[in-house]
Design a protein around this ligand. Structure first.
Ligand SMILES: NC(=O)c1ccc[n+]([C@@H]2O[C@H](COP(=O)([O-])OP(=O)(O)OC[C@H]3O[C@@H](n4cnc5c(N)ncnc54)[C@H](O)[C@@H]3O)[C@@H](O)[C@H]2O)c1
Length: 363
């Protein structure tokens, strides 16, 4: 157990770090953010001044070497997660990193291997698992109430909430559109509730229907059409080794009634249930029964719960609350959707091989 207050260093001082990670660190017991790094000096200086952080730099390789740091919290654009995570682990720090941990399974595997070698924790910030509806559903599902899940319908679709900064819409920064940005949340939550079955085959589509044109006005304002190089819609069909299948749909712009449909519907042999609504349907004594699972009460905001869980795991030498092996399955499916869309073929995932660390073939 680590007795002293945990010292945290931050890489990437943008919107999510300021808006939810900092309140999370502030609320966490005995944790102190003492250093910040951002390649944008102005952003870094404003952040340091606003939060009273004394140690600053614009190069993360400097930040990770600070001996007093226990944890590095990373929220750079997706494509810059891997080098920062690897540098932090190699410097012997525990790492919390925003989603998607990386946009390829090769990078996720490399990070998992680096964490194992360093003997440090690595956790993907999948905060939806810490939301009150998900916590309640997980308890209910783990009690066996749902039975074996044979089908899942996963949605992360928005009518016109397209995030406008280059961080999200430029392929070289984001590595993907709504699939990587919001699909990753709904998919992670669904797989977690399902107990992380092994994905073995994926087909998918990746389309840009509206983002290059002017049909649907963005609720967050205008974006640079020329810089838009990711998709605005993706869909996938996944087979798991236990025979279950899943449909996943992700969009930032489409003609739909709801502002946002962020949901997973799981069909089990005893019941079906919908996250986050909590609605379930079952049959008892040949009687059709519908009900609703109430969210767990008394929780802090999900990002704060997630940060507290990570700090607790670091302090008490527990395993990572969100292990890399789980993130690997999530990214394998998203990468598979893109690969299938690119090649026009089904992608085989070798689900039995989706483990960290990967065994090296004997020579
Ligand atoms: N979990 C959530 O709800 C949620 C919400 C939004 C964003 N995110 C994730 O958080 C990450 C950041 O998103 P954001 O909205 O804060 O973006 P942002 O553009 O507001 O901030 C990113 C910051 O990283 C800095 N940066 C870029 N490269 C860097 C590097 N190599 N070293 C140090 N700093 C660097 C940029 O200057 C910028 O200040 C993304 O991975 C995104 O997917 C998660």
């Amino acid at each position: 157990m680590i007795k002293k207050p945990l010292k945290i260093g931050i890489i990437g001082a943008g919107g999510i770090m300021r808006g939810v990670h900092m309140p999370g660190w502030k609320a966490a017991e005995d944790c102190e953010v003492v250093a910040v790094c951002d390649t944008n000096r102005e952003v870094m200086e404003r952040f340091a001044a606003d939060f009273g952080i004394k140690q600053t730099c614009t190069d993360f390789t400097e930040l990770v070497q600070l001996p007093e740091l226990d944890i590095i919290d990373i929220a750079t654009p997706n494509r810059f997660h891997t080098p920062a995570v690897l540098a932090a682990l190699e410097a012997g720090k525990h790492v919390l990193c925003e989603k998607p941990l990386a946009v390829t399974t090769a990078e996720v595997r490399e990070m998992g291997e680096a964490a194992r070698k360093a003997g440090r924790l690595l956790m993907t910030a999948q905060h939806h698992r810490y939301g009150a509806p998900a916590v309640a559903l997980k308890r209910w599902v783990d009690s066996g109430a749902l039975g074996e899940v044979y089908y899942a319908r996963v949605h992360a679709t928005r009518r016109n909430w397209l995030p406008t900064p280059p961080t999200f819409i430029a392929e070289e920064l984001a590595g993907g559109g709504p699939c990587m940005d919001i699909g990753v949340h709904a998919l992670d939550t669904a797989l977690w509730l399902m107990g992380f079955p092994n994905p073995v085959r994926v087909t998918g589509t990746r389309l840009t229907n509206f983002a290059k044109g002017d049909t649907i006005p963005g609720a967050w304002g205008e974006w640079d059409r020329k810089k838009f190089t990711v998709e605005d819609f993706a869909s996938g069909f996944v087979h798991f080794s236990n025979g279950a299948t899943m449909v996943i749909e992700c969009s930032w712009l489409q003609h739909q009634h709801e502002d946002e449909d962020f949901s997973a519907r799981l069909f089990g042999k005893k019941a079906s249930v919908q996250w986050p609504a909590g609605d379930f349907s079952t049959t008892v004594a040949r009687t059709l029964l519908d009900g609703n699972i109430k969210p767990v009460g008394g929780l802090r905001p999900p990002h704060s719960e997630e940060i507290a869980a990570f700090a607790d795991a670091v302090r008490h030498n527990k395993p990572s609350p969100i292990p890399v092996a789980e993130t690997l399955k999530v990214i394998a499916i998203l990468e598979g959707i893109y690969e299938s869309a690119r090649t026009g073929r089904e992608v085989l995932l070798r689900g039995d091989d989706l483990q960290v660390p990967v065994k090296k073939a004997k020579k």
